[in-house]
Design a protein around this ligand. Structure first.
Ligand code: DC
Length: 235
């Protein structure tokens, strides 16, 4: 039997450095990249366009099977997010969609409905491996992942990184607004009943507050390469 692709799980709160680390590790190893936050964001976008409240379980449940969410690699190393064929990469990154994604992600009907999609995207037959970034990859989506990381950083460092990112896109939010939104999301994501943001017991934890992203990538890549060679050795 062909073993399932090698799975790297990167969890943690917003602004901890997950996206950059996940993108660079995936590109270094030639693995697929699954940005699960983008999936929740796409659901929030589709719901808001259809006037569906973020806590309307019946309508959210009916919406999910009608959506197709895919990722398409870009030559630059990043990827586009396609929602029912439309490129929504920018539309899902606005502050209202950050809060919307956090709200829909607390609904068990949404989490259950997206589980299969996340697993399918990661284990597609053409993938040698996959890097998934999110909140519950190591605890719920792939509890048996081959390498698990939980990245954190202080709230101020994370808000500063997010603020710089939004400013470069021309978003007028102040640092204080970004920090306040982030505190709300942290509280909601960590206290929800289903799949709260908690480290898996076997995740390697890394506080990236004082680290630059090259150092974060180097630390994670070294650990992944070690696991990869051990898995190859077991065959
Ligand atoms: O990583 P992000 O900021 O794009 O995620 C947006 C929201 O989606 C986040 O507030 C929590 C939710 N999310 C989740 O609950 N589980 C995941 N695996 C990924 C994201």
């Amino acid at each position: 039997m062909t073993p399932r692709p090698f799975i790297v799980a990167i969890d943690g709160p917003a602004g901890a450095g997950k996206s950059t680390a996940a993108r660079r590790i995936a590109s270094r190893l030639g693995f697929a990249l699954v940005d699960t936050g983008a999936i929740y964001r796409s659901v929030a976008l589709a719901a808001s366009r259809e006037g569906i409240a973020f806590d309307d379980d019946a309508r959210l449940g009916a919406l999910l099977p009608r959506l197709t969410i895919r990722f398409e690699p870009l030559p630059s190393g990043g990827q586009r997010v396609l929602l029912s064929g439309e490129d929504v990469s920018s539309a899902i990154r606005t502050p209202p969609m950050s809060l919307g994604a956090s709200a829909v992600s607390a609904r068990p009907v949404v989490r259950a409905g997206l589980l299969e999609l996340q697993r399918r995207l990661a284990t597609a037959p053409e993938n040698r491996g996959a890097v998934l970034e999110g909140r519950d990859i190591g605890t719920v989506v792939f509890p048996d992942a081959d390498a698990k990381f939980f990245l954190t950083a202080s709230p101020e460092v994370r808000a500063r990184r997010r603020f710089e990112e939004l400013r470069q896109k021309g978003d007028p939010q102040t640092y204080e607004q970004v920090l306040a939104d982030q505190r709300k999301r942290d509280r909601d994501d960590s206290s929800r009943a289903v799949a709260p943001l908690v480290p898996a017991p076997d995740a390697q934890q890394l506080d990236t507050s004082g680290m630059d992203l090259d150092a974060v990538v180097a630390a994670l890549a070294a650990a992944v390469e070690d696991r990869l060679s051990r898995r190859a050795g077991r065959r």
